[in-house]
Design a protein around this ligand. Sequence first.
Ligand SMILES: Cc1cc2nc3c(=O)[nH]c(=O)nc-3n(C[C@H](O)[C@H](O)[C@H](O)COP(=O)(O)OP(=O)(O)OC[C@H]3O[C@@H](n4cnc5c(N)ncnc54)[C@H](O)[C@@H]3O)c2cc1C
Length: 413
Amino acid sequence: MRYITTIIIGAGQSGLAMSKHLTDRSIDHVLLERGGVANSWQTERWDSLRLLTPNWQSRLPGYAYEGNDPNGYMRVTEVVGYLKRYAEVSGAPVQAHTKVTRVRQSDTGYAVTTDQGMWRCQTLVVASGACNIATVPAVAGGLLPGIASLTPMQYRNPESLPDGGVLIVGASATGVQLAREIRASGRSVMLAAGEHVRVPRIYRGRDIKWWMDAMGAMDLRYDAIEDIERARRLPSLQLIGTPGRENIDLNGLRKAGVEIVGRVAGLRDGKLQFSASLPNHCALADLKMNRLLTSIDAWIFATEQQDRFPASHRFEPTEIDPQTRLGMDLNDGSVRTVIWATGYRPDYSWLDVPVFDRKGRIRHNGGVVAVPGMYVMGLPFMRRRKSSFIDGAADDAADLAAHLTLGLRRLAA
Ligand SMILES: Cc1cc2nc3c(=O)[nH]c(=O)nc-3n(C[C@H](O)[C@H](O)[C@H](O)COP(=O)(O)OP(=O)(O)OC[C@H]3O[C@@H](n4cnc5c(N)ncnc54)[C@H](O)[C@@H]3O)c2cc1C
């Protein structure tokens, strides 16, 4: 049995950022990590993935991108290298290849069981990731046995798919990126799109992420939002990071030959039904994109920077094929693989502490969990809009490390 003040579970950016703040505050701690540093980036992403956030927007406490392409988008191998270097320079006390199998409350804090022995700690930071499990809707269970059913965590590249057509379900960042790549490999691809968030890569000469950062939109706090539950459920932006800083949207995918259909509404006897709501979802996505662009224009005007940027403009509305089909028979053999790009969720199967709501989510207030001395990091819109991004870990970790330190001081007193 080993004793330590604080245990951080997970050595991704969230755990590492928290570790840096605890080190700066001289709080002894360890990061327990089932793989190596940046394990999720290294083992759970597809081969061609690049960040959709620009390189400069990977700021961590006391660390920033210093390469020669600040406006580019790191490949996933570069992200792993970037985080590994951060762990080194910040001296993060990572105990790798240590899987946490159970956490329960004890008299003095928490008892943490791992496959490498037991630990006890006063305070615990759950930084084990928001995307441990790919969410797959129940209809997947009705797929015919001859059709491969994959999640984005299993997908690696088009060559590793069975021959034949591919249906991708979900048109957020993951779904549109996979549709683009698999179509470019020469396959027939169908994309089922429900609610999605359309944004251009570049607007008025700058990356959309630059605008959102400059306007303070990424710093928006969880307690300033009217419907935080909804904000936390919003799909990721339709964006891709490419060397040419290309746009990705349903119009472009359609032109490239991807067939766009509505969201999967049902599956019976091998027959898929697609919702007729596609035009509504697209109209709403266009409306919201234009609202965002209008807010950028207004910000430029209010800050008197009109001369600094090219003129305002708008993008083509999403075109809907009047022949969009509302169903298809999977028995006809045209689709051989279905990829469920329908979101991700955390895995807390090892957390044996009564902190969950009825949907299995950790109850917390901006990362401060509803039991003494426990914190969580990296969840969508946890304290700020940027909480689940690399760039969001620093501010959240600073706030939560301050809260944690105060709690320890109170205990000591
Ligand atoms: C496909 C995809 C693309 C993304 N692209 C971007 C992007 O472009 N820009 C951006 O800023 N963000 C992006 N994100 C969001 C976010 O940055 C990543 O999800 C990131 O990995 C989250 O970091 P984290 O440290 O919170 O969690 P993780 O990176 O998941 O780290 C958690 C760590 O905890 C470990 N762990 C989990 N359970 C246990 C256990 N029981 N015992 C021990 N260790 C455990 C894991 O091995 C892992 O190393 C993307 C996410 C996904 C899924």
